[in-house]
Design a binder for this molecule. Structure first.
Ligand SMILES: CC(C)(COP(=O)(O)OP(=O)(O)OC[C@H]1O[C@@H](n2cnc3c(N)ncnc32)[C@H](O)[C@@H]1OP(=O)(O)O)[C@@H](O)C(=O)NCCC(=O)NCCS
Length: 160
């Protein structure tokens, strides 16, 4: 079992795990499965060409978990963590924590001291993971996506 950073040539694997995540936990992500299913190869390759890593946990050819980082072009001083997901059969084994730690290490080595992410109200499992890694609730809420009755809260982690 190892953590691997995906590159542009891994776009089909990335799409497969992304669609699996969106089908499994639609209320955890802003993107809709139907929209993600139509995302073209070019766009997926572009995402995987970004300097911020898109990570997966790979075990004997299977992808068990994923999570990525995003840095805006300007100013590139706050990283957003997105797409955290572990396959249901592999949960509770530390994959989510390992991926998040790797993303935080990536930011730390680049002197990016602020990392943010959104968590859906009621997603206590994810919130517990984030809080145990130093993220703090900001009280800033917004809809999960346009028209959704669900809300997400911004969590922020500052410092190393
Ligand atoms: C949130 C998620 C990514 C965690 O992944 P995971 O690989 O199971 O996480 P880990 O095994 O590293 O567990 C990390 C922490 O999460 C919490 N946690 C994990 N499983 C839990 C469970 N069944 N009940 C409560 N808390 C749990 C614990 O705080 C745990 O810390 P510990 O290891 O000290 O006990 C996973 O549950 C998931 O994919 N959920 C659906 C998608 C989702 O909600 N993504 C987050 C979007 S913001």
């Amino acid at each position: 079992m190892r953590i691997v950073e995906l590159g542009p040539d891994d776009w089909e694997e990335f799409r497969a795990i992304r669609l699996r995540a969106l089908a499994d936990a639609p209320d955890s992500f802003a993107t809709l499965l139907a929209d993600a299913a139509q995302e073209p190869e070019e766009s997926l390759r572009a995402r995987l060409s970004s300097p911020t890593p898109v990570l997966v946990v790979r075990s004997a050819g299977d992808l068990l978990a994923t999570g990525g980082g995003y840095l805006p072009p300007e100013p590139p001083d706050v990283m957003t963590v997105w797409g955290m997901w572990t396959a249901p059969e592999a949960r509770g084994r530390g994959h989510g924590r390992a991926l998040l730690t790797r993303l935080l290490d990536w930011a730390h080595t680049r002197s990016i001291s602020i990392v943010e992410l959104h968590v859906t109200e009621g997603n206590d499992t994810a919130r517990r993971l984030y809080e145990s890694c130093g993220f703090v609730a900001t009280g800033e809420w917004q809809p999960l996506r346009e028209g959704s009755p669900l809300r997400v809260e911004l969590l922020r982690r500052a410092g190393s």
